[in-house]
Design a protein around this ligand. Structure first.
Ligand code: ATP
Length: 233
C-alpha cells in the first residue's frame, strides 16, 4: 500500500533522512521507533508532503506522492494525527472534528462523525466543549478522531501516547488496534517502543536518519539491541 524508498530529506544543511525505506501492507499496523531526533516525524511529514525530499520515492497504491501537495495526498486517502496533537484549543470538539473532513460531502461527514463517536464516546459527551479545556488524553482522542474524519485508508500517527498517564496510554493503544481491526492501515511513530512493538505487525528502528533494524513486532521485542537501547534493559 505504501512503499518508501531511499528517501533523503534536508533541513538546510542538516541531512535528516539518509535513505529511509519502509513498506506498509494493507491491513497492517507498522511502527517506526527510535530516539529523539532519529527522523521519525520527518518521515511522516514527508509522506504527507509537509517536507519536500531531495530524492527518493513514496508510492501509495502505486502512485508517486512526491509530486503532489498535502491537500492532494490527503484526498488520496491518507490521514495524519501530528506530533503535539495540534488541535485548536478555542474551537469545540465537534468543530475540530469537522475540520478533518473539509473535503467530504455532508453525508460522509455524518457517517465519519458517527464512527469517531463510537470509538470515543467521551467526545460525543463533550462535543460542545472547548477543546483546550479537555484533559491531555481527551485532546489526543480529538487529534486521532480528526485524522479519521477524512475517511483515510492509511492513518499516520505521530506519538499518540506522548505525555499521557500510563492508563490513558493503554487506552490509546487499544484504540489504535480497534481502528486497525475496523479496516484502517496504520503507520505509528512512537517513543514508547514496548507498547508500539506489542501492537505492531512490522516495525522499523530509525537511528540518525537511517533504518538500522527491521522485523516483526515480536522479533524486535526479542532483539537484544532493541531491548538494550529502547526497552531499558
Ligand atoms: P522526536 O522523537 O524528538 O520528535 P524524531 O525522530 O521525530 O524525534 P525529527 O523531528 O524527524 O526526529 O528530526 C530529525 C532531525 O531533523 C533532528 O536532527 C532535528 O533536529 C532535525 N529537524 C527537524 N525539524 C527541523 C526543522 N524544521 N529545521 C531544522 N532541523 C530540523
Amino acid at each position: 500500500m505504501l512503499k518508501v524508498s531511499d528517501l533523503h530529506v534536508y533541513y538546510g544543511g542538516i541531512h535528516a533522512l539518509k535513505g529511509v525505506h519502509l513498506n506498509v501492507e494493507q491491513g497492517q499496523i507498522v511502527t517506526l521507533i527510535g530516539a529523539n531526533g532519529a527522523g521519525k516525524s520527518t518521515t511522516l511529514r514527508t509522506i504527507v508532503g509537509l517536507e519536500k525530499p531531495r530524492s527518493g520515492s513514496i508510492l501509495f497504491n502505486n502512485e508517486e506522492l512526491i509530486k503532489l501537495n498535502t491537500y492532494q495526498i490527503i484526498q488520496r486517502g491518507i490521514g495524519i494525527s501530528p506530533e503535539g496533537r495540534k488541535v485548536f484549543p478555542n474551537l469545540t470538539v465537534i468543530e475540530n472534528l469537522e475540520l478533518g473532513a473539509y473535503h467530504q460531502r455532508p453525508k460522509e461527514v455524518a457517517e465519519q462523525m458517527e464512527w469517531v463517536y463510537s470509538l470515543f464516546p467521551r467526545l460525543q459527551e463533550r462535543s460542545k466543549q472547548l477543546t483546550g479545556t479537555l484533559s491531555g488524553g481527551e485532546q489526543q482522542m480529538v487529534a486521532l478522531g480528526r485524522a479519521l474524519m477524512s475517511k483515510p485508508k492509511l492513518v499516520l500517527l505521530d506519538e499518540p501516547s506522548l505525555g499521557l498517564a500510563p492508563l490513558v496510554v493503554e487506552e490509546v493503544f487499544r484504540t489504535v488496534q480497534t481502528i486497525n481491526e475496523q479496516g484502517a492501515t496504520i503507520l505509528l511513530v512512537e517513543q514508547n517502543a514496548m507498547a508500539a512493538l506489542k501492537v505492531a505487525h512490522y516495525a522499523y528502528v530509525l537511528e540518525t536518519g537511517r533504518v538500522i533494524l527491521e522485523g516483526t513486532g515480536k522479533e524486535l521485542l526479542q532483539d537484544e539491541r532493541v531491548r538494550k537501547a529502547y526497552l531499558g534493559e
